[in-house]
Ligand binder design. Structure first.
Ligand SMILES: *[C@@H]1O[C@H](CO)[C@@H](O)[C@H](O)[C@H]1NC(C)=O
Ligand SMILES: *[C@@H]1O[C@H](CO)[C@@H](O)[C@H](O)[C@H]1NC(C)=O
Ligand SMILES: *[C@@H]1O[C@H](CO)[C@@H](O)[C@H](O)[C@H]1NC(C)=O
Ligand SMILES: *[C@@H]1O[C@H](CO)[C@@H](O)[C@H](O)[C@H]1NC(C)=O
Length: 898
């Protein structure tokens, strides 16, 4: 019933249509309860009574682990013939004692459960039983419980994304508590293997956030099962999985649901109407049971236990048996949900995204039933209005208010494989290390009601290459239910630091622009100019560096300089290195991605739209659309990015990129622009509505023709670089052929660069031979699209990453990033490549990846300014370091953030 109305809902009339439909629906289904309740008048048979009593008893039962769960010696998920594994000499972070317990010793995985503090007798017994005991020597490596992702869409929004695999959302109505993510779980999602390679062992699969109540979530372990079915991947699914007939004498299991607060006025009413409906049903059930349980059988004669498959899950929310995840960002929305929980008296397990929670901690504590856990990104903010005020300091602030903090992936928004990196970033911005590790283990496990099974060392174990909060910590082995998941354990993983990174002090960050300053206790100085990479290591143990008007005036011997009244900044052994160049994001052209009024907007698609005549054959120039003073620019600058190179946004012929200083106040500042016109950008993609061969034909026509904007002529003459956004190896092969054709035809060299280039490793040598540069914009690869599916996963799955494979082949390689929020993290992206390269990349090369190599790839011809960045406490590529100064030759000043 009512379904035809849902189906009729058109997106344009979404809210109104749906609210109306909901109203009709609620009225008629309440009537249904009344009429169906009376059918016969004869007294009930005894077995019928006992069924009613068992259903009534079940309405009072509280979910949790079954009795004696903790005494189990074998997991219900144990797979036959799994060898027991003894991990020796590990540094074991157990998650116990509020995340402070670290033990040194051995642990045993046997029959799908972990046994710590292994008694010798047990080992002897296993040996005597002739069990094939596998012994792994951890050599002191860190071991943690498997990583738990509280918010993932693995399997429902699969990679590579195909029209036939996106089952994240239903668009039929805003209130859909009866839908279930399990019904859409694709077992072929490429993300399972990748996520496990990051140590993720369990994820809560939420339906998407297009609806107010998107449906029921399910918890799954990511490992493949013998059954190969989605159901067999579930962890402790509720009995309602199979319908309403189950043994009600069992302890109920936790259920899970997702709710989202979207368009405010209507959303609030949608929620209230739905909960009101569920509350009525619960009332009818409770009245019925009160009569049955008091033996007044005549009062319920002829009636059945009042049930409704569509609303039973929401009734369970009201009965406190659902771990509700609420996707909610702003103070106004949090306030509305907190009011809702008090009006209808139901608990919330976790608020997700929750960008403004750090602004309203006291409000969160007013949630009915207790303060929810808060599930956050570390630095993925500002994509939409709701996320604009997100803060990297939120985890720390919330923790200081005693609120449980979770870091989550919202996979594929953040690739689940790097979930631990979210926790590590939260730690970088001040979250206590124990809480940071708990934020991806025990805290999400308890927010799911699964603390008895996961989040501690119960069943899933990860051995790490370095301290788990250090940059680029990588698993050397991952065990799920005691089963190893990496086929070449440790083979591709270089060891890293074994201690937790010391974090910087962000407590007071004064910002000052100065004429001169003296940096003392500088351990290393790197500068542009010379060497094979264009970046040189000037010296170690520098001591002091004096700067004036954005230039170095003395190195080492600065006593004369120090006599003047200059600000002195102690770098505490940190380094000064060239400011990084950021490429690949719409930095400066886009502030809030989903708010068109804050952005430059997209260029016309030449292949798909009627071009306005007034544009003529002009190509768009990014410089004309630059906007300064945005948050992403400011944070990139403070993150050590001193040059941004941005191309216009769009498909196929995008236009001409520009290089500028993210620290400038506006575009007319004389020095804001570094290079007005950098390169010409064209995208060739299988994801376009226009065929690839048509796109290539158009490009060929542009190259071989005579007409067009002067930039085209400059590309034809080999004076301007043509940067091609391309992912597929096959398209790259075609473009290399086109380059040959053009060069043979014109007798001129065509300067080509591939950007993106996820599959470039497949033809690394051909690319090197053709003298084509590659800008890797996903140094942490992910197969979002089909044309990226043959990616090189990198350690621990493969030895080489795309960056090292291309470097090895002799390609000029650079690193870019895609998301504007992430431009500030460029140094961590490069650091990740450096630290997982097992020494095949050195520091000057790493610096070149995001400076000189990048500028070369883009065909920048001028000598770039000597903009330098001072890091306190460590090196540019380490979590230990914080940017405290930008010595900007471009802007003729030094900016301090100390
Ligand atoms: C554990 O590993 C560390 C690091 O390799 C080593 O120094 C230590 O001797 C080992 N301890 C035992 C008991 O094997
Ligand atoms: C659902 O039914 C299947 C058999 O069809 C059974 O193996 C499974 O344990 C049941 N799941 C639950 C949660 O009751
Ligand atoms: C790292 O490099 C060293 C020296 O080349 C080599 O012996 C070792 O096997 C490499 N380790 C990994 C994990 O690739
Ligand atoms: C430089 O900083 C390090 C780290 O804070 C400190 O240990 C060292 O004593 C400092 N050296 C000087 C000369 O101040």
């Amino acid at each position: 019933m009512g379904s035809s109305q849902w189906r009729r809902a058109r997106p344009v009339l979404f809210t109104i249509t749906i609210t109306f439909a909901l109203f009709i629906f609620l009225r008629s289904s309440i009537l249904t309860f009344r009429s169906s309740a009376f059918s016969q008048s004869d007294s009930y048979k005894l077995d019928h009574r006992s069924e009613i009593l068992s259903k009534c008893a079940y309405t009072h039962a509280k979910p949790g682990p079954p009795p004696h769960f903790h005494a189990r010696t074998q997991s219900d998920r144990y797979a036959e013939n799994t060898k027991p594994v003894l991990v020796r000499n590990a540094t074991i972070w157990t998650a116990a004692n509020d995340g402070h317990e670290v033990l040194t010793g051995d642990l045993l995985m046997h029959r799908g459960v972990v046994i710590g503090d292994v008694p010798l007798s047990m080992i002897q017994q296993l040996k005597s039983e002739n069990v094939n005991l596998e012994i792994v020597d951890a050599h002191g490596a860190w071991v943690t419980p498997g990583i738990v992702d509280l918010h993932s869409h693995i399997g429902v929004g699969s990679a590579p994304e195909l029209d036939g695999t996106d089952d994240t959302n239903s668009y039929k109505a805003p209130i859909l508590p009866w839908l279930r993510s399990i019904d859409a779980l694709n077992t072929h999602d490429a993300s399972y293997e990748l996520a496990m390679a990051g140590g993720v062992t369990t994820a809560q699969i939420l339906p998407g956030s297009a609806d107010n109540i998107g449906g029921q979530a399910f918890i799954m372990k990511l490992r493949p099962t013998a059954d190969r079915s989605p159901s067999s991947m579930l962890l402790e699914p509720p009995y309602t999985l199979n319908g309403s007939h189950f043994d009600r004498s069992l302890t109920p299991r936790w259920r899970h649901m997702n709710a989202y607060d979207i368009t405010r006025l209507d959303s609030a009413w949608n929620f209230r109407a739905a909960y009101d409906h569920a509350r009525k049903l619960r009332g009818i059930q409770d009245d019925f049971c009160a009569k049955a349980e008091s033996g007044s059988w005549d009062d319920v004669a002829g009636k059945t236990f009042p049930e409704d498959l569509q609303w039973e899950s929401l009734v369970d929310v009201l009965r406190g048996r659902v771990k509700l995840s609420v996707h909610c960002y702003e103070a106004v929305d949090l306030d509305g949900i907190v009011r809702l929980t008090n009006e209808f008296e139901f608990p919330v397990a976790s608020f997700h995204h929750a960008g403004e929670t750090y602004l309203v901690p006291e409000l969160l504590k007013k949630t009915w039933g207790g303060t929810p856990a808060i599930a956050l990104f570390a630095s993925n903010f500002r994509k939409k209005r709701e996320a604009y005020r997100g803060s990297e300091f939120a985890p720390r602030v919330l923790a200081e208010h005693g609120i449980n903090v979770v870091t989550k992936s919202d996979h594929p928004v953040v690739n689940s494989r790097y979930l631990l990196h979210e926790a590590a970033q939260a730690h970088y911005y001040g979250l206590d290390p124990a809480l940071a590790l708990l934020s991806v283990t025990y805290t999400p496990a308890t927010a799911m009601g699964m603390g008895h099974r996961i989040g501690m060392l119960k069943a899933d174990v990860v051995i790490w290459s370095s301290h788990p909060l250090s940059l680029a910590a990588t698993p050397t082995q991952v065990y799920i239910d005691g089963i190893p998941q990496l086929s070449l354990p440790g083979r591709h993983v270089a060891k890293g630091p074994t201690t937790s990174p010391r974090t910087s002090d962000f407590d007071s960050e004064k910002v000052a622009a100065l004429k001169g300053a003296l940096f003392v206790n500088v351990s290393g100085l790197y500068m542009r100019g010379g060497g094979s990479t264009g970046v040189v290591h000037v010296s170690e143990k520098v001591g002091s560096v004096g700067v004036e008007d954005g230039r170095l005036v003395c190195v080492g011997q600065c006593s004369d300089f120090a006599e003047g009244a200059v600000d002195i900044v102690d770098l505490e052994g940190g380094t000064i290195t060239p400011g990084l160049t950021s490429f690949g994001t719409p930095l400066g052209l886009m502030e809030i991605r989903l708010e068109p009024s804050t952005n430059d907007g997209s260029v016309y698609n030449l292949l798909d739209e009627d071009l306005p005549a007034v544009l003529g054959d002009k190509v768009v120039r990014a410089q004309d659309g630059l906007m300064f003073g945005g948050q992403n620019l400011l944070l990139a600058y403070r993150g050590g990015v001193t040059t941004a190179i941005t191309a216009p946004s769009g498909t196929f012929l995008r236009g001409i990129s520009t290089a500028f200083s993210p620290g400038a106040v506006h575009a007319r500042v004389e020095s804001a622009s570094i290079v007005g016109e950098v390169a010409l950008h064209v995208g060739i993609s299988m994801s376009s509505r226009i065929g690839v061969s048509t796109q290539v034909a158009a490009l060929r026509n542009m190259l071989f023709g005579e007409s067009g904007d002067e930039v085209l002529r400059s590309v034809r003459k080999g004076q301007t670089t043509l940067v091609l956004d391309v992912e597929s190896a096959d398209i790259m092969a075609t473009l290399l052929r086109l380059k040959n054709e053009y060069e043979a035809h014109s007798g001129r060299e065509l300067h080509l660069t591939f950007a993106g280039a996820t599959e470039a490793h497949l033809l690394a040598h051909e690319i090197a031979r053709a003298g084509v540069s590659v800008i890797v914009t996903q140094s942490k690869p992910y197969p979002s699209t089909w044309e990226q599916r043959r990616l090189l996963a990198g350690p621990p799955i493969t030895q080489e990453s795309l960056v090292t494979a291309l470097l090895k082949a002799g390609v000029n390689v650079a690193i870019g990033v895609i998301d504007e929020y992430n431009a500030r993290n460029t140094r961590f992206e490069v650091g990740w490549s450096l630290l997982t390269s097992n020494g095949t990349i050195d520091r000057t090369t790493a610096l070149a990846l995001a400076t000189t190599n990048l500028e070369k790839a883009l065909g920048v011809q001028r000598e770039m300014p000597q903009d330098l960045v001072a890091y306190r406490g460590g090196d540019v590529f380490e979590f230990e370091a914080k940017v405290v100064g930008v010595i900007s030759e471009t802007l003729g000043r030094t900016d301090l953030f100390v």
